[in-house]
Ligand binder design. Sequence first.
Ligand code: PGA
Length: 236
Amino acid sequence: MRKLIVANYKMNGDSALYTSIVKKLNKIKMLDTSVVLCPPFVYLDLFRLKNKKISLGVQDISNQINHKSTGQISPHMLNEFSVKYSIVGHSERRALGENDDLINQKVKLCIESDIVPIICVGENEKDENVDLIQNQVSSAISKVKRSSKIILAYEPVWAIGTGEIPSVEYINKQVSLVRKLLKKKRFNDFLILYGGSVDEDNYANLLGADIDGFLLGGVSLRLDEFLKIVKGVDNA
Ligand code: PGA
């Protein structure tokens, strides 16, 4: 089964760490697993990737190409660094005030710019009303061409960085809502990832869920553990 692993380094690391990560990852071999690395913008140039299974992503993108956008990073700039993916609507950005409208604008701009959006959705509290996730997905893909390639990351906010993990049944219940919605809207080129406190002890069990891979946060910075997960997923 082909799987995708996305590493979200968030606002961590330094040039020494990323230089060693790139050196090591350029040498690893994978058969059926692809990896996307999402460093902070300022380190993009360190990510000279020579491994065909590994692509470059970012953690956010501007919602516009207007030059009067202080502090923003445009799709054109990302294209210049061979960025192929962008996380959009991570809960840590939603917490800063990103709303569904803005997220939809970013998704559309990604697609126009040949960047695959990795759209994060997820409830804040355990057992929260399922309508929330459906609304997050529907608005994120509103007016997006159904032939577009998109990635959905189901990340329950209560599981991010907390060490608390949903059961496989719980993940399947939420993921099946997302899957049904995308099928109803006739999208056919999509993957669904799970994210939230994945580590070397729980990933094998989580792989039993109906998912196409993982969005990894904290564990991405622990290179040996990250590599174990990548290899384990590839051999699964
Ligand atoms: P975590 O983060 O793996 O550290 O829980 C996941 C994420 O925020 O995407």
